[in-house]
Design a protein around this ligand. Structure first.
Ligand code: MN3
Length: 201
């Protein structure tokens, strides 16, 4: 049976459940228009080609030079991670192995947050900030557009923050810093810990 392309994932929570930190209207547009758009354009680019049965992680690495795959495949993967690592019971701090790894790599949780927020603030234009696992340690970086560190084998992202204006402009206007501050309240550290545990290193 021929695979029919990638599917837009359902969210594990309602569009209004990240209120007041992220507004329902932004969530709805972001998921049902933006993420749906990347999904549809990715499928249009790969269906009936020799790319149509590749896992997404392989696709965006192997076909990095194909702009439709890179932009829409990146958009597809990045948003899947983004939704999974937020939730109505988010905020607080990680525990266990991830907390220890953050302390090892950054000195403290607060220092990691500061470096992450700085990466998100200083990304000029549209892009993402990332907490990644690379060579067994954690690192922070940012990428432009819908690129991610998987594409260039720089690390495996376990947490990502969308800093495209579509992610925050309705509620925060040009206040990207206020959006970042607010977003920490919805980060689901148990999901991020699960991503960390899933990394093989
Ligand atoms: Mn987005």
């Amino acid at each position: 049976m021929k695979i029919m392309g990638f599917e837009l994932p359902e969210l594990d929570y309602g569009y209004d459940e990240l209120e007041p930190h992220i507004d329902a209207e932004t969530m709805e547009l972001h998921h049902s228009k933006h993420h749906a758009g990347y999904t549809a354009k990715l499928n249009a680019a790969i269906i009936d080609t020799d790319m149509d049965d590749m896992p997404i992680e392989e696709l965006i690495v192997e076909h990095f030079e194909n702009p439709a795959v890179r932009n829409n495949g990146g958009g597809y993967w990045n948003h899947c991670l983004f939704w999974k690592t937020m939730g109505p019971n988010g905020g607080g701090m990680p525990t266990g192995k991830l907390a220890a790894a953050i302390d090892d790599s950054f000195g403290s949780f607060e220092s990691m947050k500061e470096q992450f927020a700085n990466a998100a603030m200083t990304r000029f234009g549209s892009g993402w900030a990332w907490l990644c696992v690379s060579s067994g340690t954690l690192s922070i970086c940012s990428t432009g557009n819908q690129d991610n560190p998987l594409m260039t084998s720089e690390g495996i992202p376990i947490l990502g923050l969308d800093v495209w204006e579509h992610a925050y402009y309705k509620k925060f206007g040009p206040g990207r810093g206020d959006y970042i501050d607010s977003w920490w309240n919805v980060v689901d550290w148990s999901a991020v810990s699960q991503n960390f545990d899933d990394c093989k290193f």
